[in-house]
Design a protein around this ligand. Structure first.
Ligand code: COA
Ligand code: AMP
Length: 634
């Protein structure tokens, strides 16, 4: 046996004996009715996993552990340095609180298949809200707190929720983010009006309630008869999670129940190498897919203890915050974004703060959400002296596409690579004509259909968009939207997006959406937004504005206004802080804006004017315009 044989055998079987492999994994889940088979491919390219199966995801995450005698085991540890609070819930306590909340939600008329928007910060009630919806077979859609009201509007109108579950505020280190005014504004603007909002009043800020529509969480929920788990089809949606597309209209990624439960359970053991009852920590946000899968569903379905952390890697109170949490709660693994480690490294490059804490139980660091740059990975390896595993995934896929399957066996770590494909993924790298490239050559990374369980079966109310956006360009394959290469050992490196998605501090954002906002400014004739390299955040957005003829308003005023507009319409998380005014944009003769070349110029990289460029002189103008802002130093 050589290292990697165990992984290779499992991966090969997942493709050659799909039914056998996945039905075996499905045994780890409690079913009311066992699935007839693993895959339903009768409506390809719309695949469904575990047809005929009936289950309840909340039962699998909570009740079954209590029923199995683990009711006193900790399910959730809430650690909130921003409010100075900690709370612990056993599986029994968490099940009971969730069942009571589900009872309250049911009393508001929410039924199987109804949608519920959850607009809440990193507090235990957010996880409870997700699970309470799952308990009733209702479909939740969590909206990240760093988005502006308009982002809520597009989600409300797209999924038409009966109910919104909200908290009065989020707590950022430097300010209280009042959620309720944003929610009120969003409901005013939306075409669809949810019947009710159940609002959790946090001590940090009291929300004003709208009579007849809004209900106080604490008083309304208390004493409601607990709701039982409702059986749903394996193929029924568990949640919708909106993610950035190429336009202002986000894509509603649909997640099913059965495939997701099976995949997450498999991953906790075989990818993350955690045992039930151990403490697991994902430092992300329930507003992102990583939070859905590995703060809430994955660890709980598996019977581990999950830490829910309301804080930052630095500043709450210092760059030792992560070490404190790991040591205090005896976490065996941490999953976070490389940007968090860059932030820690910047403040404490020698890791002095680590020495104050006992990390003897800590076994593995997992990174994802953006490219894991080798210097950060190597720094973390040196500091923590444990394997640092970069793994690649997307909102669409729900769990990992590539990783190092520590629970099976740790394969060699190659900094800069996300290691090898997860079971069910048959990946290829294709050139512009759709032909496979040689090992080591960069191209578009695609996955042969069907994708494994847990991945998205479609987009909410948008089968055509699903097909167009992901399946049309390479028939028979899922287009990941990422470019990279596969080396001779089968290791996959993910280098960049092929579309206008950028990754800012592990947050996925659309430059196309930002361009729509800039273009709506009265003085702007044309615009472009690109992602430029940033030492801390990986990438940050940078805008280019071409003004309408005759505009007399000073450039600086226009720039300040568009910065404000992006913050107001997309949200602070977009981190749009800079724009430059230019006379014209570089374009091809057919009128396509040369964003890639602009990015190379801004990042001070070598660039060549493409053969199709309309007027090469524009590139020099761009370079000159960027220098005062600190870009294009070459
Ligand atoms: N609710 C409201 N506002 C939020 C928010 C939330 N949940 N999260 C972030 N914001 C706001 C911040 O307050 C900030 O606003 P400001 O412009 O008024 O200061 C803005 O959005 C940008 O926030 P952030 O990206 O967090 O930048 P930062 O400079 O405050 O912190 C890091 C930098 C690296 C510490 C931070 O980005 C981080 O922890 N990143 C990890 C990301 C992550 O876990 N991603 C999940 C994928 S695994
Ligand atoms: P999200 O849907 O928000 O999870 O973002 C998914 C995108 O983040 C992917 O398409 C990649 O572009 C990027 N990404 C996530 N993980 C990695 C990784 N480990 N390496 C490189 N890019 C990553």
């Amino acid at each position: 046996m050589t290292v990697g044989d165990i992984y290779r055998a499992q991966h090969a079987r997942s493709l050659a004996d799909r039914e056998g492999f996945w039905l075996e994994q499905a045994d780890a889940i409690d079913w009311y009715r066992r699935p007839d088979r693993a895959l339903d491919d009768s409506r390809a390219p719309f695949y469904r996993w575990f047809p005929g199966g009936e289950l309840n995801t909340c039962h699998n995450a909570l009740d079954r552990h209590v029923d199995a005698g683990h009711g006193d085991r900790l399910a959730l540890i809430y650690d909130s340095p921003v409010t100075g609070t900690q709370r612990r819930y056993t599986y029994r306590e968490f099940r009971d609180a969730t069942a009571e909340l589900a009872g309250a939600i049911a009393a508001l008329g929410v039924d199987k298949g109804d949608r519920v928007i959850i607009y809440m910060p990193m507090i235990p009630e957010a996880a409870m809200a997700m699970l309470a919806c799952a308990r009733l077979g209702a479909i939740h859609s969590v909206v990240f707190g760093g988005f502006a009201a308009k982002e809520l509007v597009s989600r409300i109108d797209d999924c038409a929720p009966k109910l919104v579950l909200a908290a009065s505020c989020g707590v950022e280190p430097a300010r209280i983010v009042e959620y309720k005014p944003l929610l009120d504004q969003a409901i005013d603007m939306a075409r669809h009006k949810p019947a009710h909002c159940l609002v959790l009043q946090r001590p940090q800020c009291k929300a004003t309630m709208v009579d007849g529509r809004d209900l106080d969480w604490a008083t309304f929920v208390a004493g409601k008869p607990p709701a039982a788990c409702v059986p749903v089809a394996a193929t029924d949606p568990l949640y919708i999670l909106y993610t950035s597309g190429t336009t202002g209209q986000p894509k509603g990624v649909v997640r099913d129940n059965g495939g997701y439960c099976v995949a997450l359970h498999w991953s906790m053991k075989n990818l993350y190498g955690v045992a039930p009852g151990e403490v697991w920590w994902t430092a992300s946000d329930v507003g992102w897919v990583v939070g859905h899968s590995y703060i809430v569903y994955g660890p709980l379905i598996y019977g581990a203890t999950s830490i829910l952390y309301e804080g930052k890697p630095v500043g709450t109170p210092d760059a030792g915050a992560f070490w404190r949490v790991i040591a205090e709660h005896k976490a065996v693994a941490l999953f976070t974004a490389p940007t968090a480690f860059r932030a820690i490294k910047r403040e404490d490059p020698d890791g002095k703060l680590l020495k104050k804490h006992d990390l003897s139980r800590f076994r593995t660091l997992f990174l994802a959400g953006e490219r894991g740059d080798p210097p950060t990975i190597e720094w973390a390896q040196r500091l923590l002296k444990v394997p640092v595993v970069d793994h690649w995934w997307q909102t669409e896929t729900g769990w990992v596409i590539c990783g190092n399957f520590v629970g099976l066996e740790l394969m060699p770590v190659k900094p800069g690579s996300t290691s090898v494909p997860a079971p069910g993924w048959d990946l290829q790298v294709l050139d512009a004509e759709g032909h496979a490239v040689k090992p080591g050559e960069i191209g578009a990374i695609v996955g042969k259909l069907p994708m494994p369980p847990g991945t998205f079966p479609t987009l909410w109310n948008a089968d055509d968009r699903y097909r167009q956006a992901y399946l049309a360009e390479y028939p028979g394959y899922y287009k990941t939207g990422d470019a990279g290469f596969i080396d001779a050992d089968g290791y996959v490196s993910v280098m960049t997006r092929v579309d206008d998605v950028i990754n800012v501090a592990g947050h996925r954002l659309s430059t196309g959406q930002m361009e729509e906002v800039l273009a709506s400014h009265d003085a702007v004739a044309e615009c472009a937004v690109i992602g430029v390299a940033d030492e801390l955040k990986g990438q940050v957005p940078l805008g280019f504005l071409v003004l309408k003829a005759g505009v007399e308003q000073p450039d600086s005023e226009i720039v300040a206004e568009v910065v404000r507009m992006v913050r107001d319409r997309i949200g602070p998380v977009a981190f749009f802080k800079t724009a430059v005014v230019v006379a014209r944009l570089p374009k091809t003769r057919s009128g396509k804006i040369l964003r890639g070349t602009m990015q190379r110029i801004a990042d001070s990289q070598d660039y060549k004017a493409p053969a199709t460029i309309d007027d090469p002189a524009v590139l020099n103008e761009i370079s000159v315009a960027l220098k005062p802002a600190g870009y294009a130093r070459k």
